[in-house]
Design a protein around this ligand. Structure first.
Ligand code: PLP
Length: 532
């Protein structure tokens, strides 16, 4: 018989109401760690959401959100409301995660003697894990690895090593290799209308490091950061890890709307993706850009403009960066070579206002001094000799075609259940699920068919304010045959979810119809809720 974990067994779960990390994420992290460390062995039946909510003295919704996330990621199985169990077969990537926790048996879930910041960082692990997953259709965030001109790159690497000077083997300038900073400044002025000189360019190991530096240089623990209501998880992790309080700001067809309803806390920092909102795909309109700059000036807040994939724009002329409109020096512009070239290069850049250069240079120096110098020199040549522009041109056509195939196949196969308008830019898009469909059930059904998609809800900055249902789909790293096959399977998953979905007669909420006994239990559960 299945082992049953009583709610009382969870009484020692420590939740921090004052933490900027939402409560449901705290519950999620504690349970996930207990599963990985076998404190909750496979097959264990968890207490009902109501029992656990009572035990922890939190809302039942919070526990349901945590259970839903663990169900979607494969740690739990069963239906909320009729028995939830620790999965008997943990997926491969989860087992790898478990292997990495071996040898820490006696530690508390987050580790011994951690600082407050260390605890916050440890708890962001769940947010960065999806980024580390193997590229499988249609996982977003990956460029076409097999299209990268490896022979050109390797001949530049060889050339540099054959003529390497001893200087190149020494520590380099913290802000980056000078010729690369100059090449980046020239490229940004020309193609993105960024206003800068090369002294303002700081070379970093990807946007992730830029976010970490910006948090360290510009934020104090407890500071408020405005973010687009759905936002890049690793950016959320970097900011929460620095002790920031994230405030979810609505996004509509024109992008972030900073005057939609008076937000409660004055921001110290505003993180935005104006060229191609991640993950919703909207481009911020000019009036909204001006309103955002005005708002930042009024609050004396900094803006982090994350321009992660603007090289790939399929409609109209390339867009000018928000930074180019900024007359008050409030915008810190972030760019990366992870999408344009490849992520393991770990090279990106920030353009900082003149008066912040010293602080950012010092922060870069304390975070590993500088990026590898030969790689920076190779990249400078790759840009200056025209290979970068050529690669971008070629990839733009290829990605546009991949997007067309994805949208076309889903349109044909999904019978109106999934709304997939193409995006103007980038290598991912968000497809909208028609209303009664359960997002996480579609994700589960797709995973059963070998297709990896991310639920839009997992990008929500504030799960309580989440209003839309969708799937975030990547198409950059997969060829058209892989995309067609994955889209057909995804459509089957959507149709299977639709045909197994019934709508609750009283609440009009969708209920998966996979098992009538379970369904009955869920109805009773809901009825009980309605009674209380
Ligand atoms: C919104 C956003 N910003 C930045 C990045 C790139 O980060 P990095 O340069 O650290 O690889 C990504 C990658 O997926 C992203 O989605």
């Amino acid at each position: 018989m299945a082992k049953r974990a009583t709610a009382a067994a969870f009484s020692s779960i420590l939740l921090d109401e004052a933490s900027p990390e939402p409560l449901y994420r705290q519950v999620y992290s504690r349970l996930r760690t207990a599963i990985l460390m076998r404190q909750l062995p496979p097959g264990t039946r968890l207490p009902s959401t109501r029992e656990l909510a009572n035990e922890l003295n939190i809302s039942r919704n919070t526990v349901m959100n945590a259970y839903d996330q663990l169900l979607a990621e494969g740690y739990l199985e069963g239906q909320v409301g009729s028995g939830t169990f620790v999965s008997l077969a943990l997926p491969d990537d989860l087992l790898q995660a478990r292997a990495s926790t071996r040898g820490t048996k006696k530690l508390s879930p987050v580790g011994r003697g951690l600082s407050r910041r260390g605890q916050l960082l440890a708890n962001t692990r769940a947010a960065v894990t999806p980024i580390l997953g193997k590229a499988r259709p249609l996982l977003p965030g990956r460029p076409a690895f097999d299209e990268f001109p490896i022979s050109v790159w390797s001949s530049l690497v060889t050339r540099h090593w054959e003529h390497v000077s001893t200087r190149m083997l020494d520590y380099g300038e913290a802000a980056g290799y000078r010729p690369l900073r100059e090449a980046i400044a020239a490229y940004l002025s020309l193609s993105r209308a960024v206003q800068c000189v090369s002294d303002q360019v700081i070379v970093v190991s990807g946007t992730q490091q830029a976010l970490d530096l910006a948090a360290r240089v510009l934020l104090d623990p407890g500071d408020s950061v405005w973010m687009e209501e759905y936002s890049y998880l690793a950016a959320q992790a970097a900011l929460v890890g620095a002790g920031a309080k994230l405030i979810s700001i609505p996004v509509d067809d024109e992008g972030l709307n900073c005057s939609s309803n008076a937000p409660t806390a004055i921001p110290r920092l505003i993180y935005v993706t104006p060229s191609h909102q991640y993950p919703l795909g909207v481009t911020m309109s000019l009036p909204r850009r001006l309103a955002l700059l005005d708002c930042a000036n009024r609050f004396a807040a900094w803006i982090l403009e994350d321009d992660y994939d603007s090289e790939y724009r399929y409609v109209g002329r390339p867009l000018a960066a928000l930074q180019g409109l900024d007359t008050e020096g409030r915008v810190i512009y972030l760019g990366t070579f992870s999408k344009a070239l490849f992520p393991s290069l770990r090279l990106g850049y920030m353009v900082v206002p003149q008066d912040l250069v010293t602080a950012f240079e010092a922060a870069r120096a304390t975070a590993g001094w500088c990026s590898p110098i030969v790689e920076q020199a190779v990249l400078a040549d790759f840009i200056n000799e025209g290979h970068f522009a050529r690669h971008i041109r070629r990839m733009r056509a290829l990605y546009a075609e991949r997007q067309r195939v994805l949208v076309g196949t889903l349109d044909r196969e999904c019978e109106g259940l999934l709304d997939t308008r193409g995006d103007d830019a980038g290598i991912h898009l968000t497809a909208w699920l028609s209303d009664p469909l359960d997002e996480r059930e579609v994700v589960r059904q797709a995973a059963q068919r070998g297709v990896k998609v991310q639920p839009l809800s997992s990008f929500a900055v504030d799960s309580e304010k989440q209003t839309r249902k969708g799937l975030v789909l990547g198409y950059g790293a997969y060829d058209v045959d892989q995309i067609k096959e994955a889209a057909v399977k995804l459509a089957a998953a959507v149709r299977a979810t639709a045909s197994a979905t019934v709508v609750h007669p009283k609440t009009s909420k969708a209920i998966p119809n996979t098992n009538s006994r379970r369904r009955k239990a869920r109805f009773q559960d809901d009825r009980h809720l309605a009674d209380t």
